[in-house]
Every structure is written in C-alpha cells, then in structure tokens.
Design a protein. Structure first.
Length: 143
C-alpha cells in the first residue's frame, strides 16, 4: 500500500461539472490524515475511512476543515491556497493526507498528498504548512 501525491482524476472532470466551489463561502474542503497502510493516489474518488489515523490523541476522524481557501491565477496556472493547519495535543503517526470536498455528495476527493514517509508527533503539535500558491509550488495546480 502506498500514498502517491496527485490531483485525483475524478476531480478534474468534477471541476468541469461545477461540483467543486472554491470561492469564499463556497464548499467546505477538509484534510484527513492516513497511515502508511492507506492507498491514496490519482484514482482515489472520495474520502475513505480505511487506514485513516485513529480518532483521538489530537485527531478527529474526517480530519479538519481547510480555511482561507483562495483560488488564484499564477502565470497560466490556476492554483489554490489554504491556511496552514495544526493538530494540537497530538500523538499519532501519519504518512499522507487526502483533501476532499465535505459539502458535495459522497465527499469527492481533490488530491492525495504523500509526506515522503511516516511523520510522528508525541504530545505535541502536528502542523501542515502549505507551500507558496504559485505555478511551481501550490498543492493544487491546474495548468
């Protein structure tokens, strides 16, 4: 099993069908954390519970809502920025995450993100820092 960073294929067509609304006050997007036993990749179609980090110890099942969702254009690439998120008083191991649309029917996936290995936190704060929202670095880019 593995987590591979990718924009999900279903997301690409769902954008064209107006299923995802990234404008302020639009849909609610969430980030869920997963263990190294999860399989997440471009073929992931929706939020799944299998091999999600266990509820408790600073993490709540289905993750956390992303805030300050900001779509923009960088050069000729559409990008989306999110505020960094933190899980406090945390003790868990995560290997990757899934961003998904919690508002749309079926919780459709947006993208899978591999952390490059297990990330461990013990009685501390687990923070996800999103990179610059530009054509080369943004987590979510449509060229």
């Amino acid at each position: 099993m593995a987590i591979t960073s990718a924009v999900c294929n279903t997301f690409k067509t769902e954008v064209l069908r107006a299923i995802h609304n990234f404008t302020n006050g639009g849909n609610t997007f969430r980030l869920a954390l997963y263990t190294d036993q999860a399989t997440l990749n471009k073929s992931t179609t929706q939020y799944i519970t299998a091999n999600e980090v266990a509820n408790g110890n600073g993490y709540a099942t289905k993750g956390t809502a992303l805030t300050n969702v900001t779509p923009a254009l960088s050069s000729d690439t559409a990008v989306c920025d999110f505020s960094n998120i933190s899980f406090t008083s945390a003790s868990f191991t995560a290997n990757g995450c899934l961003i998904f649309n919690d508002t749309a029917s079926g919780d459709p996936s947006v993208c899978a993100i591999a952390f490059g290995g297990d990330k461990v936190v013990t009685n501390g704060t687990f923070t996800i820092e999103f990179p610059a929202a530009d054509a080369s670095n943004a987590i979510l880019r449509i060229a």
